[in-house]
Design a protein around this ligand. Structure first.
Ligand SMILES: *Cc1c(COP(=O)(O)O)cnc(C)c1O
Length: 441
């Protein structure tokens, strides 16, 4: 690895567990970078249409989605008090507007995983039902809630490896459809997530290993059962496309709020990153909506910056954070991932603006900031988004990015969106523990 560090000096900083800001040298204009990718705008449209077909079924299974007609979508809200708090406390000089995309409050799973995870389960469900001639694309999918279908799906198993949130999303959705569900949990998964899943009839298997280890075990077990389907977060195009649909919905919400995104009104989006599917899919979708006017940045823990390690070295899924001497351990649920998705890094290489890494101690601090300023609770990992908002304006690298894109004089018209990826299902007593967690730096 020594020679990697010589070639990419930022790795030396990362090895020391330092917070870094990395600007992606591979980013090109969307006109150039959006070409010849293995996934296309057509694929996003297909995913979006599928979610609409399933909406009547979703309403039936999950009545809490009725106010959005069975689409699982979250609010976009302005958080001016947080903006003030950030500028006062951290001297961030944040200009423009600050909004929060509240995937923390998505129905069913209470995290961003309600997008990709549930989408993949629905797609698999549609394929099974179509292949058996039990369903046609034109039908009202609410029929899938009938006992006849439930009986049918009970013969099949869905399995997934998870650090917690993906398991909750896949587990709750699959159990509602009728599948037998096995969730393979890594060592860092929280007890309350396992308890919640078990209460829904999901089988939770626990391992001493990290996320990649849990995925391996799950894959192996699934291979031995021809009626089992494994949701492979490290490679799944379906998860990615489920996330990508978020962008057209966000574009609609911005239009409703009469918020412009154009040459004079740049949009900055900050998204926490684990294996890469959620932030990658969202970025992919946003680029198709807003092209060069949107600037997407990923947030990763200093001890588990897997996507950054893959992107910096160009090795993507061929390298893990342990290879550069990091532990991969972090308090940030959902971000404790050592090895990035093999395909996401390659797809987003021409589109990603860059990455910020963040210390665990700061996640709790930002969580308390948001509570204090806006009376909103997010889980610590979701608060990683604020690292970009808080540090951007103070970072040399980020300011150079703005100059290179001719944005330094547009920032008072900028819109910043912190993507809140999880939190609403966190039990009260766990919230209390989080609120009182202070880590050494
Ligand atoms: C899973 C997760 C992410 C990141 O998603 P990936 O697809 O793993 O990159 C971010 N925040 C939370 C709360 C998550 O659960």
């Amino acid at each position: 690895m020594e020679h990697l560090e010589e070639k990419y000096p930022i790795l030396k900083e990362m090895q020391k567990g330092k917070e870094v800001v990395w600007i992606n040298p591979g980013q090109v204009s969307f006109a150039e970078g959006g070409k010849d990718l293995e996934l296309t705008e057509e694929d996003i449209r297909d995913a979006s249409a599928r979610l609409k077909r399933f909406a009547p079924f979703i309403v039936k299974c999950f009545p809490e989605t009725a106010d959005r007609g069975g689409l699982i979508e979250s609010a976009l809200t302005e958080i001016p008090a947080m903006r003030e708090q950030i500028n006062r406390k951290y001297g961030s000089h944040l200009e423009g507007r600050l909004l929060l995309k509240q995937d923390s409050h998505l129905a069913i799973a209470g995290s961003v995983k309600a997008r990709g995870g549930i989408y993949e389960v629905l797609k698999h469900t549609e394929e099974l039902a179509l292949s058996q001639g039990m369903l046609s694309l034109e039908e009202d999918y609410s029929c899938l809630a009938n006992p006849r279908f439930r009986k049918f799906f009970e013969q099949y198993t869905v399995q997934v490896g998870s650090t917690g949130n993906l398991g909750m999303s896949i587990g709750i959705a699959s159990a509602a459809i009728g599948y037998r569900v096995l969730v393979h949990m890594s060592a860092d998964a929280r007890q309350w997530k396992k308890d919640l899943l078990r209460s829904k009839g999901v089988t939770v298997l626990e391992y001493e290993s990290d996320y990649s280890g849990a995925v391996e075990k799950g894959k192996e077990m699934s291979r031995q059962d021809p009626k089992s389907y494994f949701v492979d977060d490290e490679n799944s195009r379906d998860l990615f496309l489920g996330y990508a649909v978020a962008a057209e919905r966000l574009a609609g919400q911005l239009r409703e709020k009469e918020i412009q995104v154009d040459e004079k009104h740049p949009l900055f989006v900050y998204i926490p990153c684990g294996v890469g599917g959620a932030p990658g899919g969202i970025t992919f979708g946003l680029k198709h909506q807003f092209g060069d006017f949107v600037h997407c940045f990923f947030m990763e823990p200093t001890q588990a910056p897997c996507m950054l390690t893959g992107m910096v070295t160009g090795l993507h899924g061929q390298i893990c954070v342990q290879d550069i001497g990091l532990s991969g351990r972090t308090h940030a649920d959902g971000l404790a991932v050592g090895r990035p998705s093999g395909f996401v890094g390659k797809v987003i290489e021409p589109m990603l603006g860059g990455t910020f890494t963040v210390e665990d101690a700061n996640l709790y601090e930002y969580m308390r900031d948001l509570l204090e300023a806006e009376d909103l609770f997010l889980e610590p990992s979701a608060c990683a988004s604020f690292q970009g908002v808080i540090r951007g304006g103070k970072s040399r690298e980020f300011c150079r990015y703005l100059e290179e894109h001719g944005l330094e004089n547009q920032m008072e018209n900028a819109v910043h969106i912190a993507w809140a990826t999880g939190g609403s299902l966190v039990p009260q007593e766990v919230r209390e523990t989080y609120k009182n967690t202070y880590l050494d730096r």
